[in-house]
Design a protein around this ligand. Structure first.
Ligand code: ATP
Length: 300
């Protein structure tokens, strides 16, 4: 298990991370999110052992982070780090050996991964001759060559086409099912929602939202009703608890304060509506929660 306990980081007088705590268990994909400058990269660097926390503790399976543990951590960060003059094979042998693997094992694993990522023909190509997306695949393959126990993924899908996003997603799921701990960061909330059952959203170095996605959605309480019907919309606007109604191409999106308002909206629709073809109650998206909660705190 990865345990982050009250980590704090000062750059001079500037407090970049302020008493952040969370845990990631084997098999879990944990979302570490925040606006630009919230402190995510600083947190990643502390977990990877590249920066010393000013305070707090980080342990991986009970051991503090030092070079004996960093072998078990793989990462794909935004600062891409490829040795572009080397071929794919040479780069993987170089990194794999640094992680304590023997050449035979590296070769077997590399071939398997290149097949899965659908680029086996590039094994002896210099990396600089590959397209940006294929370079990203090579970077990902390098990060997971030794099947790390902890994998840090910072915007792993940026610059990838939809087919390659799918390949990356499959591999991330496979690793989590095989028991890796994964920390996932992205500004694309729909990706986060797809993967992460547990998350923290940071602002100014502090968590503003944390816990299980399901609980976060329930606590937020606001829900959306999607309605297709012929109805005088002013009747719905008058209901106490209806926050707003947005007219879409062929449906209404009704934002409500909480679950209790659903019955009232439903009874007005049942009495006054005609041609009702849709009445769907949905939980808010993570994007909606992010914008609402972070927006509330942003200027404090
Ligand atoms: P982004 O989403 O833009 O990558 P982030 O959440 O990763 O942002 P960090 O890079 O961790 O944010 O930065 C957190 C804060 O610390 C920012 O205000 C940044 O300006 C500051 N900071 C980062 N590195 C340093 C440094 N070496 N010296 C001084 N301040 C720094």
């Amino acid at each position: 298990m990865l345990k982050v306990e009250g980590i704090t980081k000062y750059y001079g007088d500037f407090l970049a991370v302020d008493h952040l705590s969370f845990e990631v268990k084997p098999g879990e994909i944990f979302g570490l999110l925040g606006v630009n400058g919230a402190g995510k990269t600083t947190t990643f660097r502390m977990i990877m052992g590249l920066l010393e926390p000013s305070d707090g503790r980080i342990t991986l399976n009970g051991k503090p982070i030092d070079y004996s543990v960093t072998d078990e951590i793989g990462f794909l960060t935004e600062e891409r780090s490829l040795l572009t003059k080397l071929t794919v094979r040479e780069q993987c042998i170089y990194y794999g050996t640094l992680k304590g693997m023997n050449k035979e094992l590296i070769e077997t694993r590399l071939k398997e991964l290149l097949e899965r990522f659908e680029i086996p023909e590039y094994i002896d190509k210099p990396i600089k001759q590959l397209s940006k997306g294929n370079q990203q695949k090579v970077q990902f393959i390098t990060a997971i060559i030794n099947e790390p126990k902890l994998l840090i993924l910072d915007e792993p899908f940026s610059g990838l086409d939809p087919f390659n996003v799918e390949l990356f997603k499959q591999e991330i799921k496979r690793m989590s099912e095989a028991g890796s701990m994964i920390i996932f960061s992205s500004h694309r909330m729909e990706h986060v929602e797809l993967f992460c059952k547990k998350l923290v959203i940071m602002l100014h170095g502090k968590p503003v939202i944390e816990g299980y996605l399901q609980d976060i959605k329930e606590q937020f309480r606001k829900k959306n009703i999607f309605l297709k019907a012929d109805i005088d919309i002013d009747l719905l606007k008058k209901i106490d608890g209806v926050v707003s109604i947005e007219e879409r191409a062929d449906e209404y999106e009704i934002k409500i304060r909480d679950n209790e308002v659903v019955d009232q909206v439903f009874s007005v629709v049942a009495k006054k509506g005609k041609h009702v073809t849709k009445f769907v109650v949905e939980e808010p998206s993570l994007n909606e929660i992010f914008v609402a909660k972070v927006g509330e705190e942003y200027d404090k």
